[in-house]
Write a protein that binds this ligand. Sequence first.
Ligand SMILES: Cc1ncc(COP(=O)(O)O)c(C=O)c1O
Length: 490
Amino acid sequence: MIDLSIRREGLAHNIRKARENNVIIPTIAQMQNPDLIPEKIKAKLAHTDLWAVDPVNLFRINWHNEPKESGGLFQKVPNYVEIPPELSGVPCRILAMAGKWFPTGCHKVGASYGCLVPRLVTGQFDADYHHAVWPSTGNYCRGGAFNSKLLAVDSVAILPEDMSRERFDWLKSIAGRIIATPGCESNVKEIFDKTWELKQDPSMMIFNQFAEMGNPLWHYNVTGTALAEVFEAAKKPGQRLAGAAFTSGSAGTMSAGDLLKERYPYAKLAVGEALQCPTIVNNGFGGHRIEGIGDKHIPWVHNVRNTDMGIAIDDEDSQRLLRLFNTPEGQKYLKEELKLSDEQIEKFTWMGISGIANVLCCIKMAKWYELTENDVLVTVLTDSAVMYKSRVDELNEMYGPYSVFEASKDHALHMLGLKTDNMLELTYPERKRVHNLKYYTWVEQQQMKVEDLNDQWYKPQVWDEVHAQAAELDKLTEAFNEEVGLLARL
Ligand SMILES: Cc1ncc(COP(=O)(O)O)c(C=O)c1O
């Protein structure tokens, strides 16, 4: 459960600071249903840029944002990309909900909000005293730094030094301080070590997405609901939701699958990782290039007992397809050979590297379960190709100039040719094995209690209790806004 006990002094400071900085904060209910957002806030959004460092953009932590760089409001159905069978090679429908239209260009801004808000509205985090520390492989700390700036909170971003240049460039303009730790995507242990060092200073409050239950709370309630809306809007008569697949970084997004499995009894839930770091499928380890996922450990917030399948994706597949979707020659192939429309081709640029990996997970899952045109799989596109322009340049340098012929080869080898290898349907003992891996990170290294670890397994209702805390959190958020007093004066 998330501790929602009140600390009066910190709360008073946060309320004063919010008032001074013109901050009104959204509820989970408003994130689920933007019709609940006051009209006067929408009027402000109508002339605010999507990425503007303006507190009103807290209301754009929402899957329903219109796909506009500026002035966008909300639409009924979240943005999604459909992967047609001529591209995927499988008859099953694959719908991928897009994170590109969140401020920061990535849905991780929601996970960081979910982690910060419980401590902000209770006063456990004191904006006059604490610095918010955001350990991450990139997007979570970008979201955390962004939210901190909007909420007038001082921030420290921690991320591995090998992450893409785009992540660092933008962070420099937002975060109070940036700490680059050694290594790449899968070097989370080094990040954890840095946070232990920072923790010696009591003014450093760590928001560890891998362990904070605000992360699954947000995704279960907000991402899960939005994915169900996408399915309901897109489904044709006779089609059923066959499942969902998400690559895991912090495993926050995985909890959207918990909601889908409750609503759709046939749905299977798969977790993806990099073949070069197959911790779930094979207790494996290693460096890889699917930025944002797969960190040689099992996150504390992953509800492993509810996960049906593990899928390892070769990082070469997602890199090759990134180039296919984001070069003129690749796009020419999609248009002329596959006869896809300009709109479809434009939407494929909404897929970042992990988004492509998510789609590949769906394709492998469709092959494994022999899904048909009556089946629908859903996933998310955490960020878009905008974050990886420098990676496309690097690939062009590494592999030489691209061509329609190369694009056709990439499509055949890295998408159509996918097999049901490197997949594991998780039996009860297999799930237990994966869950048990948490012991080494969380109990041995990070001082979590073994009783809590056992509760996650033997009392699965602990997950339901966290998900249900959204209602109490919303009450605290409403009380916070009322004390700040800006809503009434809008
Ligand atoms: C680009 C990208 N993809 C995927 C993920 C994984 O999402 P989650 O942390 O919810 O598992 C992240 C997490 O930071 C990410 O940045």
